[in-house]
Design a protein around this ligand. Sequence first.
Ligand code: 2P0
Length: 328
Amino acid sequence: MSKRSARAIAPSNIALVKYWGKRDTKLNLPAAGSLSATLSSMYSETEVTFDETLSADQLIINGEAVSGAGLSKAVGLLNDVRRQSGEKHFARVESTNNFPTAAGLASSASGYAALAVAAAAAAGWRASTAQLSALARLGSGSACRSLIGGFAEWQTGSASDGSDSYAIQVAPAEHWPLKMYALVVTEGPKATSSTHGMMHTAASSPYYTAWIDSVARDLNDARAAIASRDFSALSEVAERSCLAMHAAMISARPSLVYWRPQTLAVIEQLKRLRAAGLSFFFTIDAGPHVKVFVPPETDPMVEGKLAELDGVRRVISAVVGPGARVVD
Ligand code: 2P0
C-alpha cells in the first residue's frame, strides 16, 4: 500500500497595504499589489497524505470534513501539485488552526499556505518558494504572502497564467520585529466572504477604480518606511490603505460593512491612548476585529491596557515572524 505524507506549518499574515480586487477570479490574480507582515503564533498546521486507497480528495479542518467551495479550492491546488510532480493518488488533508476560522483573522491565508507546502513535500516536488507562493495563491490570494517571512509583497504580475503573481520578501522578520495585537470584538464567522465582497465592490463601488489606483503609491511608501524602520510613516500608509479599502466596500451598492459598533468604539479609545503617548497603528480586514501594531520596544504591559478597552472580548498577540515551512 502506497502512502506518502508531509506536514507543514504556515503563519497568518496581515496586510499593511491591502488586497481588495481581482483581475482574474479563477486564478486569484490581483488587480493591484499588496504588502503584509507575517505573524508568529497565529498559524495553521496541515498534514497531506497521498494514499492509493482513496477514491477522492478529503479535507478535514479542525476535525470536521469540509465539502463545497472549500473542498473544490483544495482539490484545485492538489491537482496542480499532481500535475507538477507526477503524483497519481488522491490525498487526505487534515488541518488545524490555532485561532478562529473565517472570522476576519486570515485563516484561509495560513491554511492554503500550509496546504501548498505540505502537498508539494508529500508529492516529492522540489518547488521554489515563488512556485509554492503561486500555488498557495490558487487557494486564497492572501495565502501567497504567508510563504514569506517578515514583510512580504505580493506582486501583481502580468502573465495570464499567474506564473509571475507571487510574493517576495521586502525585509526579514529580524529587520523589524513589530508586535501585533488582534483585538477580537465578536466571535463567530463573518457574513460575507472576501471573494464575494471583492467582486461586489469591483462591480458596484464608484470608488473602486480610485482605490486600485491608490495602491502603487502606498506600496512605495510602505517599502520605504520598512527599509528605514520609520514607524510613523508606516502608520500613516497602513491606516490610509485600510480606510480607503473599507471606503470602497462601504460605497458598494448595496453597502458592504464589515465593522461592528465595537470596531469604531475601539478605534476611538485607541486614539485616546495615542494622545497619551502610545505609538501604534491599527488595521482592519474583512471582519470587525481591530489589529494593532506597535514598535518592538513597546512595553508588554500594553496588552493588558488593550484587553481592557470597552468592546474587546479577547486579545491575540503575535510578533512578525518566519514564513511557512515543513515540520517533522
Ligand atoms: C488582505 N484581505 O490583503 C485583504 C484585506 C481581507 C482584507 O486578502 O478571494 O481570503 O481567497 O483571494 O485572500 C482576504 O481575502 O481572498 C484578504 P481570496 P482572501 O489581506
